[in-house]
Design a protein around this ligand. Structure first.
Ligand SMILES: Cc1cc2nc3c(=O)[nH]c(=O)nc-3n(C[C@H](O)[C@H](O)[C@H](O)COP(=O)(O)OP(=O)(O)OC[C@H]3O[C@@H](n4cnc5c(N)ncnc54)[C@H](O)[C@@H]3O)c2cc1C
Length: 384
């Protein structure tokens, strides 16, 4: 058993590492401070093929695998999480539902543009009253005269309001099951469809160079053919997408945790206090050693979940464990790295301040840490 990367995966990892250091690091702080979406950086990532990594070449993808996406996310997040989450949401949430469940026509229409990074897709599950309890969706889609009429509100949807957003796939109640429970389906709504509007503007704590919006659907009509997958299977499909997405978020979290180590080692060798570099003090060394140990063990957890996923084995528990420990590692490392930097850690001119602000959402998005614990407990046979 080996967790060594293949030569192909290692080449990709190095390429993205180099790109993140030379193309993202010098410019991203400015976008972050302005709360601006980094179109130029995202376009460059598109040209590198990152948005097509796990998709087949016939649909414009790179013919790689999901682990390749995870490696790219880790290397990007070592430098910046806004660009990493833009890639994660674009691929794993925006394009993947179409790849996994879409019709041949939907794949042909949407995947080439999404794979090129020239267009972004979004995934609308969360609502004002339904987050962890995503099955409590209130958005409805009624089939009227050969088209779906969508009404409702979606909250916190990543990549949904940029100039290059092409579509959002939303969950909506399309009827009632024989057992009385709501029938939930997934409906693809192209940007610019009348009745599809952006809602309130959010002021976020972190991920400031990524795009997050409330979406409002008012009698928004799309063709019947915009159903993604089977009618009534929308919620189950999204749960599968979220299992995979957790591995991706774990990789992103490991990247942030490792970025904290990178920055702390560098700073500890430069900053002097009481006549020596602070890297000489054991209190600083132990903090950094703990940070490295957390990043390393969290990386092994996501490698394990990803390898099971690629082998076609059950991976729900391992994905939940990876997301839980990696987001925890990111939070702990961001706190400790900020401490290593002292007052400068509280200044936006250093990346660790950004890491600190970006870490918290990792314990919330794509299933909170409590939800991960619930999933692990269920996999252990404890009552739901
Ligand atoms: C920046 C950002 C980007 C996002 N992007 C997307 C996106 O692209 N698409 C999308 O659909 N969603 C997106 N989300 C939404 C995100 O997935 C949800 O915020 C998350 O799932 C939590 O839902 P909630 O906010 O409604 O919290 P709630 O579900 O209201 O949870 C509140 C608290 O209660 C806890 N809790 C809830 N139920 C239980 C329980 N049974 N047992 C124990 N504790 C419980 C939770 O763990 C949490 O601590 C995004 C959110 C943010 C902030």
């Amino acid at each position: 058993m080996s967790h060594r990367l293949t030569p192909e995966h290692e080449d990709l990892r190095r390429t993205v590492e180099d790109f993140a250091r030379t193309e993202v690091a010098p410019v991203i702080g400015d976008y972050y401070e302005r709360g601006a979406f980094p179109y130029e950086v995202i376009a460059a990532m598109g040209r590198m093929g990152l948005f097509g990594l796990p998709f087949p070449e016939e649909h414009g993808g790179m013919g790689g695998d999901y682990f390749a996406l995870c490696l790219a996310l880790e290397e990007l997040a070592r430098v910046d999480s806004s660009v990493a989450i833009t890639l994660e949401a674009g691929v794993s949430l925006g394009a993947m539902p179409i790849h996994r469940f879409g019709s041949a026509e939907q794949k042909k229409t949407w995947l080439p543009r999404l794979c090129s990074g020239e267009a972004l897709g979004a995934f609308g599950l969360t609502e004002p009253g339904a987050g962890s309890d995503a099955g409590g969706t209130r958005t409805t889609a009624e089939l009227v005269d050969g088209g779906w009429v969508v009404n409702g509100v979606k909250s916190f949807i990543t990549n949904s309001g940029t100039d290059i957003t092409a579509l959002v796939t939303v969950t909506a109640v399309t009827g009632t099951r024989p057992d009385g429970r709501p029938e939930i389906s997934a409906i693809l709504v192209p940007s610019g469809t009348p009745g599809f509007a952006l809602g309130q503007k959010y002021s976020k704590v972190g991920w400031n160079a990524s795009d997050t919006n409330e979406l409002v659907f008012t009698d928004c009509r799309v063709p019947e053919a915009n159903l993604v997958g089977e009618r009534g299977r929308g919620y189950a499909q999204f749960l599968r997408i979220l299992d995979e997405g957790r591995v991706a978020i774990a990789a992103l979290s490991v990247g942030l945790a490792q970025g904290c180590v990178d920055e702390s080692v560098r700073y500890a060798g430069e900053r002097s206090a009481f006549g020596r570099n602070i890297g000489h003090y054991q209190a600083i060394q132990f903090k950094i050693a703990d940070m490295e140990a957390r990043a390393h063990t969290a990386r092994l957890a996501y490698y394990d979940a990803a390898s099971r996923m690629l082998a076609g084995e059950p991976f729900k528990k391992q994905a939940a464990i990876a997301k839980l420990v990696a987001s925890n590692a990111a939070m702990d490392n961001a706190r400790d790295a900020t401490q290593v930097f002292g007052g400068y850690g509280f200044m936006n001119e250093y990346p660790v301040g950004r890491f600190y602000r970006d870490a918290k959402i990792l314990e919330i998005g794509e299933g909170t840490s409590e939800v991960q614990r619930m999933l692990i407990a269920r996999e252990l046979g404890l009552p739901a």
